[in-house]
Design a protein around this ligand. Structure first.
Ligand SMILES: NC(=O)c1ccc[n+]([C@@H]2O[C@H](COP(=O)([O-])OP(=O)(O)OC[C@H]3O[C@@H](n4cnc5c(N)ncnc54)[C@H](OP(=O)(O)O)[C@@H]3O)[C@@H](O)[C@H]2O)c1
Length: 328
C-alpha cells in the first residue's frame, strides 16, 4: 500500500492519519474543499493536496485512479433536520460513500478503510447514527471491495473538538448547563485511531481486517458530565477546580439545543447530538475492539494524555481551544 487517498485527510483524525502514512513513506493524496484548512499538511513531503469538492463520480474516479487504497474520514456532526436524516448527513455519510464505492470499483481500487462511529445503525436514534449506518451499508453492498470499517467512540487528542470545546466554554461561562450529562463515552486517543487505520491498510496482519467492523473504544468509561468537569480541571479553569456542571432535565436540554442550532457557526450541542447520546458510546462487546491486527497494544488513557494538551494556559493554548471549537 504505497499510494493512498485520504478523504477527510484535512480534519482532526485525518491529519494524524496522513502524517503517519507520510512518515511511513506512502504517497498520500488529500482532497479538500478548503485548501486553507489543510495547509498544515503542506510541509509533509509525500502529501499531495488537491483542492476539489470530492462529490461527483468523475472527480472521485480521477482521485482514486492508480492508487492502492482509500481511507474515508469524511464526516459531519450537524445538519438540517430530516427523516431519516437531513441533506448534509445524506450527502456526506451516505451518497458520498456510495459514489466512492462505485468509483473504487470502476477504477479497480479494491481496498477501502472507512471510519464510521460507535452505534452506527440505519435504525439508530439520531440522524448522525442512521446516516453512518446507511453509509456502512452502501460500502458493504459494493461488489468486489475489500473493506474495513472502524467505529470509534469520541476521539480525544491535541486539537480535538470535544474536550477543547468544553474547556473553552468554561473560560467564558461561570457554569456549564449540560444536556445528556449522564450519558457514557469511552474516549479513544487520536493516535490509536490513526495507528489502527494504518495497520488495517499496511500492517503485517492487515489481511485479517478485511470484511470486519471494529469498535474503537478507549480504556475508561466516563459520563459526559465527568468529561466536562475533567476538561475544566485539566485546563486549569477556576484555579483547577473547573466550573460547576448544571445537569439539565431532558425537556430543558432539548430547548437549549434548539436555540443553539440557530447560533452562528456549528452549534455547541444540537437536538441530534442529544438523540445520539440516547445510546452509550461505548464498546458493545459483540464486535471486536483493538484486536492485535490493529497494532494498538494498550490504548492510551484520557488521564495520561489530555492534561498535557488542555493544560497549556498560554494565549496559544487558548486560541487552539477556540479554533478547535470553531472547527478551524
Ligand atoms: N472526532 C470524533 O470524536 C469522532 C468520533 C467518532 C467518529 N468520527 C468520525 O471520524 C471521521 C473524521 O472525524 P474528524 O473528527 O476528524 O472530523 P473533522 O475534523 O470534522 O474533519 C472532517 C473532514 O471531512 C471533510 N468533509 C466534511 N464534510 C464534507 C463533505 N460534505 N464533502 C467532502 N468532504 C467533507 C472535511 O474536509 P474539507 O473541509 O477539507 O473539505 C474534513 O477533512 C468522521 O467520519 C467522523 O464522523 C469522529
Amino acid at each position: 500500500m504505497r499510494n493512498v487517498v485520504v478523504l477527510g485527510g484535512s480534519g482532526f483524525i485525518g491529519s494524524h492519519v496522513v502524517a503517519r502514512l507520510s512518515a511511513a513513506g506512502c504517497s498520500v493524496r488529500v482532497p479538500t474543499r478548503r485548501r486553507e484548512r489543510a495547509r498544515h499538511l503542506l510541509p509533509l513531503p509525500t502529501v499531495e493536496l488537491i483542492a476539489t469538492d470530492t462529490f461527483d463520480q468523475a472527480t472521485l474516479q480521477r482521485l482514486v485512479r492508480g492508487t492502492d487504497a482509500v481511507v474515508n474520514l469524511v464526516g459531519v456532526l450537524h445538519g438540517r433536520r430530516g427523516t431519516p436524516y437531513g441533506p448534509a448527513f445524506e450527502r456526506a455519510h451516505v451518497r458520498l460513500v456510495d459514489r466512492l464505492a462505485s468509483a473504487c470499483v470502476a477504477e479497480g481500487v479494491t481496498r477501502v478503510v472507512h471510519v464510521s462511529a460507535i452505534g452506527a445503525d440505519s435504525r439508530g436514534p439520531s440522524m448522525y447514527l442512521r446516516s453512518k449506518g446507511d453509509g456502512e451499508a452502501a460500502l458493504r453492498a459494493a461488489a468486489g471491495l475489500r473493506w474495513t470499517i472502524l467505529r470509534p467512540s469520541v476521539v480525544f487528542g491535541a486539537g480535538d473538538n470535544f474536550l477543547n470545546m468544553f474547556a473553552a466554554m468554561q473560560r467564558i461561562a461561570p457554569v456549564v448547563p449540560l444536556g445528556g450529562a449522564d450519558q457514557r463515552f469511552a474516549p479513544v486517543h487520536v493516535g490509536d485511531v490513526a495507528c489502527a487505520i494504518e495497520h488495517a491498510l499496511r500492517g503485517p496482519r492487515s489481511a485479517a481486517t478485511v470484511g470486519r467492523i471494529y469498535e474503537l473504544a478507549g480504556p475508561g468509561v466516563y459520563t459526559l458530565g465527568e468529561l466536562v468537569r475533567l476538561a475544566g480541571v485539566w485546563a486549569g479553569i477556576a484555579n483547577g477546580r473547573g466550573r460547576p456542571v448544571l445537569s439539565l432535565p431532558a425537556p430543558l436540554a432539548r430547548l437549549l439545543a434548539t436555540l443553539l442550532e440557530f447560533a452562528p457557526g456549528g452549534p455547541l450541542m444540537s437536538r441530534d447530538n442529544l438523540d445520539s447520546m440516547r445510546q452509550p458510546s461505548i464498546a458493545g462487546g459483540v464486535l471486536p475492539g483493538f484486536a492485535p491486527e490493529l497494532g494498538v497494544e494498550r490504548p492510551a488513557s484520557l488521564e495520561a494524555v489530555a492534561p498535557g494538551y488542555l493544560g497549556q494556559h498560554g494565549l496559544a493554548g487558548r486560541f487552539d481551544g477556540f479554533r478547535a471549537s470553531a472547527g478551524r
